[in-house]
Design a protein around this ligand. Sequence first.
Ligand code: MN
Length: 448
Amino acid sequence: MYSINETHDPNLRSWVESANDPVTDFPIQNLPFCMFREKSDGYVRPRLGFPIGDFVFDYETCREKEVLRHDEDWEIEKALSRFTYDFNLTSAVEGVGAEVFSTLRNHLVQALRMEADERVRGKVEKVLVPISELEFTAPFQIHDYTDFYCSIYHATNVGSMFRPDNPLMPNYKYVPIGYHGRASSIVVSGTDVRRPWGQNRSDAEKPPVFIPCKNLDYEMELGFFVGKGNELGQPIPISEAEEHIFGVCLVNDWSARDIQAWEYQPLGPFLAKNFATTVSPFVVTMEALAPFRTPAFERDPDDPQPLPYLHDQQNQRFGGLDINLEVYIQSEKMREENIEPHLLSRSNTKDLYWTIGQMLTHHASGGCNLQTGDLMATGTVSGKEKTERGCLLELTWRGSEPLTLPSGETRRFLEDGDEVIMKGFCEREGFRRIGFGECRGKILPALN
Ligand code: MN
């Protein structure tokens, strides 16, 4: 696990003035990875960059021009050279030790800090691109995607709608529940999402019908990317789990609740979840998150302790994450009337019953091989309070308590034209606030 070092110093300031704005998501202490290109240049391959304030530091161009050359850092050189044929982080991260990226983070800080060498600064200034001019691609080539169900509040709420007497299944406090999702339909923030068609059996007296989804929903989740993989057959001990996690992003696990209700038994979600999953483009590294680690969820005294393969002292003390998550909605009418997006919920990942380390270790515990770039998501992050419910299913209690938007419209589930905007950030006394950027997607009408 990363410790706090000079790159987290809250007094560090950047010569990029917008990075010193107290509300920016991207101060010098953050430096997430992203793959970007100019909006006007759809055919140009994406390049590696690091957002800083209102800009992206075009690191790849910078290196090609030999602006920043750290000849002593052969490992960084070797890793970054792989971008040229892959256009994403997957092969650059594969097989590269965490210390390499730690060194890189330190180099970035040295180049961007107020006290940077004048000559370096002059050259970096030439490769800063305004974020507003850019579009982003998925940061990794994602081979596999797994979605967990780790918020006990979400699981209890959803369970009580379907099984009022027995909301939590008996396995919940022993097994990090999850399902294998679909990687091919993962899209990056800003991509429109088409309302899916599917089987609906809302009338139990009649056979199902094949119609456009009626109960379309979002799920506010935290995603994490596998850095180092493991060999088939070789589990990952919980004490080493964090060494395999590269960083995190925001995830919207779009869900078709009517399709889900009819198809989910006995094997779990299928088409209700596979039509689209949206990720934010910025990978916030585990090192940047070092100041925001928390103890694992404090279990009720009556709850079982995690089984030994999921139990580790370090993980219990620091395995949690203090990340604030927010969901906003803006309907078509709101856009037309220039009404700002409306806050739907605020929740925090420290309320998750399982840590991301436990999720990863459990995933590999039977010998399943994880690969660099695999995406795992926590499941809907909900808290105890009503205002902390991370999906509409919970917020409107399966549609029975519709929400009212500032435009006067009501919502049970998502309507065509609605845009869902997710945000995330970390704050802690004595440290610089860091943010995750946005994860947004707008609903298009179903095909005819
Ligand atoms: Mn989910």
